[in-house]
Design a protein. Structure first.
Length: 262
């Protein structure tokens, strides 16, 4: 019997605090592992494959992440399958939508824009319940200076300073379409500090730890341990400057992903 393959695009959201990132790894719990286990239970078989449009690191959350489901010899009744899928997923993972695609769609190569946000607050130590969602920076930060520093990242730049352990194959140039720091009006909770902030970054794709290294640099800028000139020089062609601070993972979230012409 000739195998027939069906293709589906699934939009997921999850709290990453108890997971070692998206990608399946031996001996640790990941979002991919739990999603595949749930699908295998619901389907009653393992004749499927998942491919994500990107990977999040340990403790990083996603408000929207797209994954592609390749399913052999079986079609989905989406209105029936989606609630069943959600019923069996862990509480900290939720499927938002499922749409059918075809073999011409490539989730990796299809043009897209990703938006990451990084939630943070500063001052005194805040409620521990906020820890999975935002980073607590003790002491004062010069937010207005950090806002100026964030805008310097916009545009096409040489990004080696913000690439974690680059290899000879790493593409060191990249475009950042938007980079700004604004007051947080996106996520609220009774245990959040009275005032918090968001670093918002948009682009087609990012290197491992890139946004956390950018955020780390901005925190050092806010503490007056670096100046704006450091950021300007770090983005120049063939810069050899290094960032010695990677911001914690738990403040980072893949906020949304937009596929162009889809």
């Amino acid at each position: 019997m000739r195998r027939k393959r069906y293709y589906y695009l699934i939009t997921l959201q999850y709290l990453g605090f108890r997971y070692h990132g998206w990608q399946k790894q031996p001996d640790v719990n990941t979002v991919q592992r739990m999603t595949e286990r749930t699908l295998a239970y619901v389907f009653g078989h393992k004749n499927f494959k998942l491919l994500a449009s990107g990977r999040t690191d340990a403790k990083v959350s996603a408000n929207e992440i797209a994954i592609e489901l390749f399913l052999d010899n079986e079609t989905l009744n989406i209105p029936e399958f989606l609630p069943l899928f959600n019923k069996n997923l862990p509480q900290d993972i939720r499927a938002l939508a499922i749409t059918e695609t075809n073999e011409k769609f490539n989730i990796i190569q299809h043009p897209k824009v990703k938006e990451y946000i990084y939630l943070f607050a500063f001052g005194k130590k805040y409620h521990p319940f906020a820890a999975p969602y935002m980073t607590n920076v003790l002491g004062d930060l010069d937010i207005e200076l950090m806002k100026k520093g964030a805008k310097l990242f916009e545009g096409n730049h040489y990004l080696k300073t913000y690439c974690y352990k680059p290899t000879e194959h790493t593409i060191l140039e990249g475009e950042i379409e938007l980079c700004e720091i604004v007051e947080n009006d996106i996520h609220t909770a009774s245990f959040f500090p009275e005032q918090s902030y968001v670093l918002r970054v948009q682009g087609a794709g990012f290197k491992r730890h890139q946004i956390r290294m950018m955020m780390g640099t901005l925190i050092l800028l806010g503490r007056h341990e670096l100046d704006l000139d450091f950021i300007k020089r770090s983005l120049l062609p063939n810069s050899t400057l290094e960032v010695n601070y990677i911001a914690p993972a738990s403040g980072l979230m893949l906020n949304k992903m937009t596929f162009k012409d889809l």
